[in-house]
Design a protein around this ligand. Structure first.
Ligand code: NAD
Ligand code: ZN
Length: 360
């Protein structure tokens, strides 16, 4: 038996306002004046002086605004890498991603692809990356995905939605400033926050669970309950705690896996472009038989924050479309095995998944 030896984020700073230290943190990492820092920033911050005035642009540094309307694609990563190579004489000193899971994943993928030949679709999978990435920094502005700690970057390619899972994927530096999440709209806050909650439920109820995952998962679960069920947190406490819940939830699945909700939500996302947070919620709402207590609490949280999930997503789909979704979901074997054990194929048939999708 050999145990996995995981890389972790090398440095992390936490605190309200710590984003002010960005310049001090990255400037020692500048290789030379022709090797720029590239800032990939969610375009929701365009024109936002409060945030932008603290992005330290010098020499040939470049700021690229990117929409998080759609989740990252392999083609988008390849285009960004090409654009960066063509614009600058030297390889960048670093990539800084500022935004939610979408921007964090883009930053990780671009950092990896700047030092590895070929196209990003060639690296979707486990441990296919050969060369270390360039220095990369993650600055989350919405909490829940755990993308700030994970060793993957989830990309949609021509054939599959799958992460680049590698020892070179995790950030070298993460800046956790909960103040940056202050303007997240309520619905989005809930959807992305529930991604964290669902990571906890899937990890804690999985067959891969061990003491490492459990310790992080339980902490994240406890924080989620404080934030989404109890009534005694100030807005600031809630922002601080959700940022840490996301971190712990991400650490919890590092050494285990996600489960049924993620497998099925990947299917929705691949076919319909449904985004991760809301997609997980739509699926999880129908998973009582797999996670009875987790789903019951989820329904309470939904009610408390008056969240109305979209219904009838799969109402007008044809046979072929159902097949595509089922193919994507069922191919994620480690997720099913974690959720239901080695004999998962006895419970999870194509008919079973079809019946579940029809409810959504
Ligand atoms: P997101 O990055 O897609 O952003 C969601 C929305 O919130 C966008 O409209 C964005 O503009 C907005 N937003 C972000 N910060 C804001 C702020 N401070 N104020 C106002 N609006 C703000 O959302 P997400 O849920 O964080 O990320 C989802 C993505 O993360 C998916 O692509 C998913 O595949 C990925 N993901 C990755 C991992 C991983 O381990 N790498 C894990 C889970 C999910
Ligand atoms: Zn997730």
């Amino acid at each position: 038996m050999s145990y996995k030896n995981y890389p972790m984020v090398s440095r992390v700073v936490f605190g309200r306002g710590c984003f002010n230290q960005l310049a001090d943190i990255i400037s020692p990492k500048r290789l030379n004046t022709r090797a720029p820092f590239i800032f990939l920033v969610d375009d929701v911050f365009k024109g936002d002086a409060w945030l932008n005035s603290r992005i330290p642009l010098a020499y040939d540094d470049q700021l690229i605004y990117i929409s998080a309307e759609e989740e990252p694609k392999t083609s988008q990563v390849d285009e960004l890498v090409e654009q960066i190579i063509l614009t600058h004489k030297d390889r960048p000193s670093g990539i800084i991603g500022i935004g939610g899971g979408t921007l964090l994943d883009l930053a990780k993928a671009v950092a990896v692809m700047l030092t590895n030949e070929g196209e990003s679709r060639d690296y979707q999978g486990w441990d296919l990356v050969k060369n270390p990435a360039i220095y990369h920094v993650g600055v989350p502005t919405i909490s829940g995905t755990g993308a700030e700690v994970s060793r993957t970057t989830v990309l949609t390619g021509p054939e599959k939605k799958l992460g680049i899972n590698s020892d070179y994927t995790p950030f070298d530096q993460v800046i956790l400033d909960p103040e940056l999440t202050k303007d997240v709209p309520k619905e989005q806050w809930f959807y992305t926050g529930m991604d964290c909650y669902i990571h906890c439920i899937e990890s804690l109820n999985g067959t891969y669970l061990n003491a490492f995952s459990q310790s992080y998962g339980e902490k994240a679960f406890e924080l989620c309950k404080e934030i989404f069920l109890d009534n005694d947190l100030s807005e600031e406490e809630s922002q601080d705690k959700l940022m840490m819940a996301s971190w712990h939830g991400g650490m919890s699945i590092a050494y285990s896996q996600v489960g049924v909700a993620h497998a099925m939500s990947y299917g929705l996302s691949f076919l319909l472009g449904t985004k991760h947070g809301i997609g997980n919620c739509i699926v999880f709402d129908h998973l009582e038989e797999f996670y009875p207590e987790g789903v019951a609490l989820f329904k309470k949280m939904k009610k408390k924050f008056d969240i109305k999930l979209p219904q009838g997503l799969c109402a007008d789909l044809d046979e072929q479309q159902f097949d595509t979704m089922i193919d994507v979901a069922i191919s994620l074997e480690p997720l099913w095995e974690n959720a239901l054990g080695k004999n998962w194929k006895q419970t999870i048939t194509r008919e079973k998944l079809r019946a579940l999708y029809e409810k959504m």
